[in-house]
Design a protein around this ligand. Sequence first.
Ligand code: C5P
Length: 236
Amino acid sequence: MANKNPIIVALDVPSAEQALKLAEQVAPAVGAFKIGKELFVAAGPDIVRRVRTTGASVFLDLKFHDIPNTVAKAVASAVRLDVQMLTIHASGGGEMMRAAEKSAQDMAKSLGLPAPLVLGVTVLTSSNNETLAEIGCAADTEKQVLNLAQLAIKSGLRGLVCSPLEIVALRKVLPVHIQLVTPGIRTGTEKADDQKRTLTPREALAAGASWLVIGRPIYAAENPRLAAEKILESIY
Ligand code: C5P
């Protein structure tokens, strides 16, 4: 999928009505919409089909993590829904990631669709060294991010989700074609919230991000369409 417009708007709202209203309003100014657990569990798979009717791509962020067979089947179902990006946990291991990537390729081929980008999630930014120690992982978070990123790429994934502060370190070790999808983006003009380590859209792209996941700076703005357009202008 070509990313002329790298903005992915997170549809972090609790109902289909709110999501569709927002999607219709901002679709012309963005490249894709992210549908996460809150909206998907509330609105069901139909929300993916309805958001796709705006013409924008869909990033299904359900972070699959299960036995390889189950993840492969969940990925196949996501491909049938016509999503362009989806997430799995890299900590599920190489076999699980290979099964996910193969399932994405096979199902897309059988439907005559381009294969969606299966993105590996490394260490959640809510985790720190203590969280890793708690679950029996001796590595520190930065090292574990690099370990899991390299395992993901070795397992055939073509993209990763990463925090703004991980982009530079990952770009140093990853092949150039790997797509990096980055949340934690702030323009500097919005209200302070729970994102602690942020970059501006321009900074994140300059550091090597391929896609920017942006939620509140767009959906909580007085005029979401205008907010998206301003962000796009700030990039080029
Ligand atoms: O509103 P905001 O721009 O902070 O939204 C960012 C989106 O990216 C949310 O959907 C959030 O769950 C997601 N995300 C994040 N940080 C991560 C991983 C995902 O903010 N490390």
